[in-house]
Design a binder for this molecule. Structure first.
Ligand code: B12
Length: 223
């Protein structure tokens, strides 16, 4: 079977809620020589992207989305330790990411993380419902270039303003670029709240991360 065909099958398994089939399919793809990162970013995550689109179009409903989430996580469980072991190529930047305070949605973030890792980012995941102060601590601890805020509801996207304020008060705002992600984000609104950008598509966001890291490095050079 061709690589493209395997990736397509993995995406389809997520979309078609193949709870039983996903584990053998992932194991088979690994045995066939596909890398854990490509299985995740171009197979399973591509499937979750289609799930999100179908839900948006009203073609599928919440119960189906949740079964697809389950299929996605079954695959992710096999791949996560392998991704940690193998690492990637040259690191393009360091990022901390977390679902913002008051928000427990995890799937979008867990789809985005391997896409960013596959693109060469060293990503530290802080989990869900992350208090603003935890972002401050993590900036001090990990010294990232980028802070990724997962905001999956309108109300929690609006919380961005508060998170940015707390980071600013800690005197850390100039050290990082901040990007919001989730289905309800808007780049102009994110900037008005003090962040640098936003994206509702992890694949598109990679270009934004690259640009933000460039800007940050240029600003650091000019100091
Ligand atoms: C699954 C789901 C749930 C699950 C979550 C399971 C889990 N473990 O994550 C459960 C059932 C728990 C849930 C709960 C709730 N949910 Co809900 N949920 C969804 C649903 C159907 C799908 C979300 C999803 O997984 N999408 C697929 C992923 C892959 O897409 P994504 O999140 O957009 O992520 C992509 C990008 O945004 C990007 N990205 C993601 N993160 C990041 C981060 C960064 C930094 C960047 C750059 C990019 C990026 O990458 C991903 C791939 O491109 C959405 C509907 C929707 N269309 O999004 C509603 C939705 C998000 N939920 C909603 C609501 C209101 C709730 C609840 C309040 C209860 C309710 N009424 O349903 C609670 C919230 C509780 C809380 N305090 O958080 C609303 C939010 C409305 C709004 N605009 O405010 C939505 C939009 C549904 C709706 N239309 O009403 N939910």
């Amino acid at each position: 079977m061709e690589k493209a065909e395997r990736l397509q099958k993995l995406a389809q398994a997520v979309l078609e809620m193949d709870v039983e089939g996903i584990v053998p399919l992932v194991e088979d793809s690994l045995a066939a020589g596909l890398s854990p990162v490509e299985i995740l970013a171009e197979g399973l995550s591509a499937g979750m992207r289609q799930v999100g689109e179908r839900f948006k179009q009203g073609e599928i409903f919440m119960p189906e989305v949740l079964v697809s989430c389950d299929v996605y996580y079954r695959g992710l469980e096999i791949l996560r330790p392998l991704i940690r072991q193998t690492g990637g190529g040259p690191v393009r930047g360091k990022m901390i990411i977390g679902t913002i305070y008051g928000d427990i949605h995890s799937v979008g973030k867990d789809v985005a993380v391997p896409v960013f890792q596959a693109a060469g980012y060293d990503v530290i995941d802080l989990g869900v419902d992350v208090p603003d102060e935890r972002f401050v601590e993590a900036i001090r601890e990990y010294e990232p270039d980028i802070v990724g805020l997962g905001t999956y509801m309108t109300s929690t996207f609006m919380h961005t303003r508060e998170t940015v304020r707390v980071i600013e008060q800690a005197g850390l705002r100039d050290r990082v670029k901040i990007i919001c992600g989730g289905p309800a984000v808007d780049p102009a609104a994110a900037r008005r709240m003090g962040a640098d950008d936003a994206s509702d598509d992890a694949w598109e966001a990679v270009g934004k991360l690259d640009r933000l890291v460039e800007e940050l490095r240029a600003a650091r050079r000019s100091v």
